[in-house]
Design a protein around this ligand. Structure first.
Ligand code: UD1
Length: 437
């Protein structure tokens, strides 16, 4: 199993440039299916979830070329509307292809994504919304079959919860539907606005993205376009946590400061000094963080659920007691038992965690069970005294490009060992007592 080995206790200093947003890149790549021609998407992060999306695009007939962060998707020929189970299981958010394939060829088949490591993840809101737009959807044996016998048409769709994925599916599907779609209680995340910007570049008529009501006036067809993905606010927040728990002094470059709004006040409450300079943020952490008032995860512009686990690590080393309430996902505390192994003092009751800060964490062997929880453990390892091993890097590989390189550039002592490097590791252990860069 791939793992990181971290020698903790080193202060992070320097600057880190933030990758493109995973949660923008994935729906934008899926949306390339709707407009015919060669799209060019820049600033796509190099992540395993992006690899899986590219595999799906190729499977359904698109030609895809990749050059580092730039992905060209030629969607002239979309020949298949069916996504194999293996590719669906690779990445839960492949459900975002439903709206795109429905709009383009009117017939899609894929397996139900089911639960995942952060709890049940139903897609009822996606399916109900697409039905309102005229899709006929049947579910059998864990597979969904979507067809559009009369094409898609505009409709008023009200979401009972502002689901990010359901909002994206509706936007993508409604672009070329006949008539006007009004989406009520839409998700307002910056990634929704980025997707809408891309679709509008392709010729769509979307207004109100980023607000609770979005209007889509259907057009006959979309064309190809170029787009640059926004910076990843969750990756930015994660590096800020790494700096905060190591008494760090770090510049986070290439961000959109407004997107970090829900987090900045909390960093200040922790006692960090934050200065904004254009598209970069300077974070200076105190010797010891102070506990923050209760944190409650909420849809944007509230505090993001994706930052809940990393913030828990900061609470774990802060002076005083903090409370975190997870309201978005039903089971997103699987990092807690692993943080306990590092010496954290955390009590969980349902969706509430009470974190009593300890003066010091101690290195241990821990395993990631989801993407952001994995980062929380890495941050814990950076803060801890001694050596921490974090297993199951397939989770963090889904969301952080060049994580160990970036952290090393900031002064962290972190090494990655891949499956095939067991032998090298044994030799290294035998021949050296120190920590190799
Ligand atoms: C997206 C993000 C994920 C983030 C989440 C919330 C991507 C690829 N992923 O996930 O990183 O944590 O937003 O900000 O963008 N729900 C239903 N029925 C549905 C859809 C959702 O009950 O049909 C529930 C979910 O179970 C969950 C809540 O709504 O409890 C939020 O889900 P949603 O906003 O849809 O998240 P995702 O789009 O899956």
């Amino acid at each position: 199993m791939s793992r990181y080995i971290i020698e903790g206790g080193h202060r992070l200093q320097g600057s880190v440039c933030i990758q493109g947003a995973k949660n923008s890149a994935l729906p934008i790549l899926a949306a390339c299916v709707v407009g015919c021609g060669e799209h060019v998407i820049r600033n796509c992060p190099q992540l395993s979830d992006v690899d899986a999306t590219v595999e799906i695009l190729r499977h359904i007939g698109c030609k895809v070329r990749r050059d580092a962060d730039c992905i060209a998707v030629d969607s002239t020929n979309v020949t298949a509307g069916s996504i194999p189970d293996l590719l669906m299981h690779e990445m839960r958010s492949s459900v975002i292809f439903l709206g795109a394939i429905a709009a383009r060829i009117g017939d899609a088949q894929l397996s139900l994504p089911g639960g995942c490591e952060i709890g049940l993840r139903p897609i009822d809101l996606h399916l109900d919304a697409l039905r309102k737009l005229g899709a006929v959807i049947t579910e059998e044996g864990g597979r969904i079959h979507l067809s559009c016998p009369d094409g898609l048409h505009g409709a008023t769709v009200a979401l009972s919860f502002p689901s990010v994925g359901a909002t994206e599916n509706v936007l993508i599907a409604a672009c070329t539907a006949k008539g006007t779609t009004t989406l009520i209680n839409a998700a307002r995340e910056p990634e929704i606005s980025d997707l809408a910007d891309f679709l509008n570049r392709c010729g769509a008529h979307i207004s109100g993205a980023g607000e609770g009501i979005i209007t889509v006036e259907g057009v006959r067809k979309l064309h190809a376009a170029e787009h640059c993905v926004i910076p990843d606010r969750i990756a930015a927040g994660s590096y800020m946590i790494a700096a905060a728990v190591t008494r760090g002094d770090v510049f986070v470059e290439n961000i959109i400061p407004a997107h970090l709004g829900p987090m900045v006040g909390l960093f200040e409450s922790f006692g960090c000094r934050i200065d904004m300079e254009g598209r970069r943020m300077h974070l200076r952490a105190p010797k010891r963080l102070k506990a923050v008032p209760a944190i409650r995860t909420m849809p944007y512009p509230g505090f993001p659920t994706d930052m809940q686990a990393p913030f828990m690590t900061a609470c774990a080393v802060a002076e005083g007691t903090g409370v975190i309430v997870e309201t978005v996902f039903e089971s997103r505390f699987r990092h807690v038992p692993e943080l306990l192994k590092l010496g954290a003092d955390i009590f969980v009751d349902g969706r509430t965690a009470v974190i009593k800060g300890v003066p010091v964490l101690n290195g241990a062997v821990v395993g990631a069970s989801d993407l952001r929880g994995g980062f929380a453990l890495i941050a814990g390892g950076l803060a801890a005294q001694g050596e921490t091993t974090v297993h199951s890097l397939r989770h963090t590989d889904r969301g952080y490009h060049a994580l160990d390189t970036n952290l090393r550039n900031l002064g962290a002592r972190i090494r990655r060992i891949n499956d095939d490097e067991e032998k090298d590791e044994k030799e290294y252990r035998a021949g050296s007592a120190g920590f190799a860069e």
